[in-house]
Design a protein around this ligand. Structure first.
Ligand SMILES: Nc1ncnc2c1ncn2[C@@H]1O[C@H](COP(=O)(O)OP(=O)(O)OP(=O)(O)O)[C@@H](O)[C@H]1O
Length: 274
């Protein structure tokens, strides 16, 4: 579904006019399958966030390709409304001048601007009519407010949050709003970069549970980027151990005890059950 093939990425090191480059990603190849949660786990500086930005089409690889359902993610139409993101810095992820309602509606508006919603809706409506389901085909569209309320309810917040601003929210609440925004376009995939790392442990567990239930409700895939092996083991189906910009090992979570590399073993030492 989301495939990364032979991706290299480097950055200029030591100022704008320097010719020195730091190779951050080295021939990275991996796949996040339909409906799975793929964990990318590694030490600080191993290149996890860089890979996340490339998967979101925010930056271009030097070499190699990243495709979502066969289309290059650098093509905006391949990703808009289909791949979303939740980052660690939930308060800075939210524009301080926007209410919760406006923040949640931002991606939907962006999707409407591209005209993609229109096309998808038309196909769905035509299909319903062909099936003889005239009643549901003619049902009026849910109002924006009702849609925001529904999304807030799905992330465990009541409608009174609609008119609040980012600074009026706790960390956990702000991250729930970011999750509501990420699911608003009903994407097929969400890239979560250290999405629970800044939250208190008890809030982390609640948000992880929420992410799990939303994943099955919306039948989404997750790319879960983290340095927290416990959180990864809780939510992921497979883990990619990432070291110095390379894939060191990939393993199913239920096989974790059988990891081969010393690096994966070292990271796993933090997992109580081992
Ligand atoms: N835009 C950039 N310009 C220059 N160097 C960068 C840029 N982005 C990342 N790097 C460098 O690439 C390396 C990998 O960074 P990255 O943030 O991808 O690692 P990470 O595994 O996500 O780390 P952390 O867990 O600490 O967030 C680091 O050495 C970083 O300094």
């Amino acid at each position: 579904m989301l495939t990364v093939e032979q991706v290299d990425k480097s950055y200029v090191q030591g100022g704008m006019f320097s010719k020195q480059r730091q190779q951050v990603l080295k021939k990275v190849t991996l796949e996040c399958r339909q409906g799975e949660c793929l964990g990318i786990i590694g030490e600080s500086g191993s290149g996890k966030s860089t890979l996340g930005r490339l998967m979101l089409g925010l930056e271009r690889p030097d070499r190699g390709t990243i495709r979502f359902e066969g289309k290059d993610v650098m093509d905006r139409r391949a990703r808009i409304g289909r791949i979303s993101a939740v980052f660690q810095n939930y308060t800075s992820s939210m524009n301080p001048f926007l209410t919760v309602q406006d923040a949640i509606m931002e991606p939907m508006k962006a999707q409407q601007k591209t005209g993609l919603v229109g096309q998808q809706k038309l196909v769905k409506e035509r299909h319903k009519l062909e099936q003889g389901n005239h009643e549901s085909a003619q049902r009026p569209q849910m109002t924006a407010t009702a849609k925001v309320d529904m999304l807030l309810a799905q992330v465990g917040l009541d409608p009174s949050y609609r008119l609040k601003y980012a600074h009026e929210l706790s960390g956990g609440e702000a991250q729930r709003v970011c999750i509501a925004r990420a699911i608003s376009t009903e994407p097929k995939c969400i890239v979560l970069d250290e999405a629970v790392s800044s939250l208190d442990v008890s809030v982390q567990i609640q948000v992880l549970q929420l992410l799990k239930s939303l994943k099955s409700l919306y039948k989404m895939s997750y790319v879960f980027i983290t340095h927290d092996i416990q959180a990864a083991a809780y939510i992921c189906d497979r883990l990619v151990f990432f070291r110095e910009g390379r894939v060191e090992e990939t393993i199913a979570v239920e096989q974790l005890k059988h990891v081969q590399s010393d690096y994966a073993r070292k990271l796993l030492k933090h997992l109580i059950s081992l």
